[in-house]
Design a protein around this ligand. Structure first.
Ligand code: NZQ
Ligand code: ZN
Length: 384
């Protein structure tokens, strides 16, 4: 096992009715900005619950944060925070609203000239406004990590930053918010969480049986509970298990002491940047191609994954790996997510554009930093 330092200070309020408890987590004095997305919180009653819970506090609102939050929109909130002297951000929504709020929190306190540098130049974020989150969509794990992904319309870029300074002070996980989610978002959430685990698990062995079993436990739970949530949105127990799995998939716990990949995400972000494809859909396209191309480097873990998650014990190594890739595709499709580029109308010249971007940025990704423009092209071509 590799050395590691682990600290996760996010306070989790989990379960039915926990939204009512947030007042004691918020500053009694000072100005709060409630951030939200396109309006789902007004239709599903979450807004009313939050307003009731924070009655009497000094709150302004900023709505309209898009899925795949846009830098251009977020900078409007930054300006308001500065003129209104906002002290605390309360994010009410999915991963996009929370990621957007993290960027706002960091940009408000940014000392450099252009806050875009936080994303484009990885300028260090040491200070940020404190954030609280009411999560309405289990998927990203953003509620218990310090990551944020932001897109820029002007340049068709989608970039990430991470800092402990933007980890939420608290996050409310009430599984009842799932009841109002459309099928597409349940599918996205299950697949995103599944691939988060794969990015931290499907690398090479470093003798970390505990992290492996945590990871496999999350994968198995998603495989069992995901279809239940899709079939019956009012199944509270399934919703709760799904929600906690998504949080545990990306709160740092399963990543400690092990190598990590993240190449599927890096390539997926480019598909969203160019074509606006949902984040999880891009992962379902890329991951099978990644598993196939990296079958040698990832052999031991691919075989372990096949056996422990899908019960694959027959055939030679290549046959078992093929079967593991096949089972993964089958699961994504069972969750209602298609896995090929033409399913989303992506033309083949996009592959060249994405490979060129990796060339220009000089990126080498994956746990061995051996995936460059050529491999990116190869992975994507295998998904045509
Ligand atoms: O905007 P509103 O009206 O709220 O509607 C949203 C949005 O249209 C809707 N929704 C959310 N909760 C709902 C609901 N509709 C009905 N009932 C509810 N309870 O769902 C739509 C999608 O929301 P979004 O927040 O975009 O989805 P998600 O949580 O999947 O977030 C995706 C973003 O997170 C980034 C992705 O790249 C993408 O930009 N990621 C963030 C990560 C992180 N911070 O650690 C890691 C991930 O790998 C990912 O990259
Ligand atoms: Zn993801």
């Amino acid at each position: 096992m590799n050395n590691f330092i682990f600290q996760n200070p996010v306070k989790i309020l989990f379960g039915k009715g926990q939204i009512n408890e947030i007042a004691s987590e918020l500053p009694a004095k000072g100005k709060i900005m409630l951030t939200y997305g396109g309006g789902s919180i007004f239709r599903n009653g979450v807004y009313d619950q939050v307003k009731e819970a924070i009655k009497g506090l000094d709150v302004i609102e900023f709505g309209g944060i898009e899925p795949n939050p846009k830098f251009e929109t977020l900078m409007k909130a930054v300006a308001i925070c500065q003129t209104e002297q906002v002290d605390f951000l309360l994010s009410v929504g999915g991963g996009s609203v929370l990621d957007g709020s993290k960027f706002i929190a960091a940009a408000v306190c940014f000392q450099g000239e252009d806050p875009w540098d936080i994303l484009a130049k990885q300028a260090e974020v040491t200070n940020a406004l404190p954030i609280g989150a009411i999560l309405t969509l289990p998927a990203t794990g953003s509620e218990m990590n310090g990551n944020s992904v932001v897109s820029r319309i002007e340049t068709q870029e989608k970039l990430a930053f991470g800092s402990p300074a933007v980890m939420p002070k608290f996050s409310v996980l009430d599984p009842e918010v799932i009841f109002s989610l459309p099928d597409r978002q349940i599918s996205n959430g299950v697949v995103d969480a599944f691939v988060h685990v794969m990015e931290q698990y499907l690398t090479y062995p470093v003798n970390s049986p505990l992290q492996d079993r945590f990871a496999e436990g999350i994968l198995q739970t998603l495989v069992e509970e995901g279809p239940k949530v899709l079939a019956n949105r009012k199944d509270y127990e399934a919703a709760a298990n799904f929600m906690w799995s998504a949080t545990m998939a990306l709160n740092g716990l399963i990543a400690v002491g092990v190598p990590q990949d993240w190449a599927t995400h890096m390539i997926g972000h480019e598909l969203t940047a160019y074509h606006g494809i949902d984040h999880a859909q891009t992962l379902a396209i890329v991951l099978p191609g990644m598993m196939n191309l990296k079958r040698k480097n990832k052999k031991a873990k691919l075989l372990q994954y096949g056996e422990r998650i899908w019960g694959i014990t027959e055939g030679n190594n290549d046959q078992r790996i093929d079967a593991a890739i096949g089972k993964t595709i089958e699961f994504f499709e069972k969750m209602g997510i298609k896995t090929k580029l033409p399913d989303y109308g992506v033309p083949s010249d996009t592959i060249t554009k994405i490979a060129n971007r990796f060339q220009q940025r000089g990126f080498k990704i994956g746990e061995h930093a051996d995936i460059g423009p050529e491999e990116v092209g190869e992975i994507l071509r295998s998904r045509l």
